[in-house]
Ligand binder design. Structure first.
Ligand code: G3P
Ligand code: CA
Length: 402
């Protein structure tokens, strides 16, 4: 007899091995039920490829993610001047390419507003695909990551990523899914370069327009997902849920523009915050147009400092500073259970190896963070280090008797 989901959740909360409880309660050594929505193993999503090792969103980074065992590869989509969907995290190419070193493009530098934020740089909508193909991707996110590949690998199109997933699925004998995000969709629509119809066209041409196809489409802007659905896109859709920052004193998230609410809500005067999406009412609304949520991690496990009698943060690791490494995980919220009750998948972001990104109770080991979230029942997660995530998943599956 298999352990029920409810039993497994209690086991997880009590810190008891699910397998042990299954054996004890049932006298049966079969594997315990997993807490994911569909009971399948959680997915490792190579967030922007494997950017812990190689410049993000390049063919090389996606290939490495697949070689490391990622189930899914994740591109962010922005548009070129000639309307091609390319994989870049931001319309501003200065953040993730060597465009700033190219004399021939110097005159295209400008200052504009993207989702209410003033940015200076070179913007994808001012470049044809052929021009963008002369650029090289660079490392973002963390200067401690390897820098020796900067500029070596090209910017690629969404079509190239789909082709890679199909080719590698055949080669590896396992399905590799793709997880595109419509990036700044209102901004692109205002430029006259909307993303959605082009995305649907590629998905249709690939024969992937179904709920079971190896693709998930994500966005922070509900109107982008609703538009995709209204135009006949039947794939799984995921609503991303952001916040501005942590307040480690209170353990609560903070909401400052432009990360307080989706940009389409801001533009339409909708005063709700991202936090309104994680209430039961918010999730119920998401369920009307999407199949899951992609929340920032602390929506699932809040993190907080321990305070001394004077109300100041305690330097738990004794390094003379107080930061995330001194914070401690709090009791998980009910978000995963609430979402699952409504039939929504839960894919939190972003898991990273660097010690400075781990709370004190992770003891400097990112595996502990993956295990923490697997045991809560997430359906997958976005990781910058797919190899670490895959190894942690194997450990988790082993502890559940698989
Ligand atoms: O798409 C999931 C997660 O990656 C959202 O954050 O900023 O990396 O796109 P971002
Ligand atoms: Ca410290």
């Amino acid at each position: 007899m298999l352990m029920t989901t409810r039993m497994a959740r209690w086991a997880s909360l009590l810190g008891v091995s699910s397998l042990a409880l299954a054996v004890t309660a049932c006298g049966d050594s079969g594997p315990a039920a997993l807490l994911t929505l569909d009971g399948n193993a959680p997915l490792v999503v190579g967030h922007r490829g494997a950017p812990g090792y190689l410049p993000e969103e390049t063919l090389e980074a996606y290939t490495l993610a697949i070689e490391q065992g990622a189930d899914v590869i994740e591109p962010d989509l922005v548009s070129t001047k000639d309307g091609v969907l390319i994989a870049r995290h931001d319309p501003n190419l200065d953040y993730s390419t060597n465009v700033g070193t190219k004399a021939e493009f110097a005159s295209r530098k400008k200052t504009i507003t993207v989702d209410g934020e003033t940015q200076t740089g070179w913007f994808a909508s001012d470049f044809t695909l052929a021009e963008i193909k002369t650029l090289g991707g660079i490392m973002t996110t963390d200067s401690t990551r390897p820098q020796q590949y900067n500029g070596l690998y090209k910017v690629i199109t969404f079509q190239e990523i789909v082709d890679l997933a199909i080719t590698k699925s055949k080669e590896k004998g396992r399905t590799i899914a793709v997880y595109p995000e419509t990036k700044n969709p209102t901004y692109h629509r205002d430029l006259g370069l909307p993303l959605e119809d082009k995305l649907i066209a590629i998905i249709n041409a690939t024969g992937w327009n179904s709920k079971t196809a190896p693709i998930y489409v994500q966005s922070f802007e509900p109107s982008s997902l609703k538009y995709l659905r209204s135009k006949g896109l039947n794939t799984r859709l995921i609503q991303l849920i952001d916040a501005d920052d942590y307040d480690l004193k209170t353990g609560k998230l903070t909401y400052a523009a432009p990360y307080d609410r989706p940009y389409d809500w801001f533009k339409s005067g909708d005063k709700r915050l991202f936090s309104d999406m994680v209430t039961v009412a918010g999730l119920t609304e998401i369920k009307t147009y999407a199949d899951g949520i992609g929340p920032w991690k602390p929506y699932i496990v809040p993190v907080k400092w321990e305070l001394n009698a004077a109300g100041a943060a305690i330097d738990k690791n004794g390094d003379g500073a107080t930061n995330l490494m001194d914070a401690v995980s709090q009791t998980p919220t009910t978000l995963v259970a609430d979402a699952h009750k409504l039939g929504l998948l839960v894919h939190p972001y972003t898991f990273r190896n660097e010690k400075k990104r781990l709370t004190f109770d992770m003891a400097g080991d990112p595996t502990n963070e993956y295990l923490q979230f697997f045991r809560i029942g997430v359906d997958g997660m976005f990781s910058d280090f797919p190899d670490t995530a895959v190894a942690a998943k194997a450990k988790y599956l082993k502890e559940t008797g698989r």
